[in-house]
Design a protein around this ligand. Sequence first.
Ligand SMILES: O=C(O)CCC(=O)C(=O)O
Ligand SMILES: [Fe+2]
Length: 269
Amino acid sequence: MVIDSGTPTPVHTLFEPICNEQLEKGDLIRVATGTASVLRVRNFFGYDLCSAISTNLKNAELGAYDEKVVTPRIAKLGPAVYDYYLDARLGEAYWQHRDQSNDQRARLLETGDPLDIAVRVLSKAWGGPVEKATIGGEKLFAGMIREINSSARIHFDEIERELPGSLDCSPLVQLAFNCFIDMPREGGEVTVFRRKWLPNDENHRDGYGYSERLVENEPAISIRPEIGDAIFFDPRNYHRVESNRSEGRRITLSFFVGINANGSLMIWS
Ligand SMILES: O=C(O)CCC(=O)C(=O)O
Ligand SMILES: [Fe+2]
């Protein structure tokens, strides 16, 4: 808007990151409304808890995203809705994989499923229940263990474009949640750009990744989380993960959080 004299009214970019020692509803709302870029919650998981999971993960076998599409390879425990995106529906194998993966993740910690711990903290901060998202009443898988050591290319995530109209409840907003179970000493930054997908971007896509050119002049924020930190951001904003630059594994407990019209939260991976 321009007022009289030709001096433009300043419009605030509002893309600052938030860092807090605990999870607070107000901070989640700022990320959801798009007035903050990223929320980092320090020590969301204690260091000992992360170490225990990491130790047990040494003997766990992980799968991976489709290596024809997702290169460099990204290892994971558990099915992603994205795995079925080309089919536009979840196949039979999804539900079997869901049950096995929930069991496998729950066994990574002697004292209980790490997903339950994350859900309890989220539910307490939000002040209401956190349920699994459903399709035809069936609960989706949530709470993937993911290992991104050699980068993730620029991409966005939006359930309504992966499986349009499929969820029993479509979220108003989708947030990405990643809690860092292990991190190399150097590298592994996550960068979030203040730029959402536009239809013409499809001309600048290669596999699941999009061209750097789409985001080169956009405000961006880069964060290198520490072990135990949880990071929330709006994954409809383009984002990228840098490669590890030292020995070690970059492992997260990951899921998406949907904020529903009735104010409740739901999760899926
Ligand atoms: O591992 C990360 O930091 C982010 C990974 C990612 O692409 C996501 O959570 O949507
Ligand atoms: Fe993503």
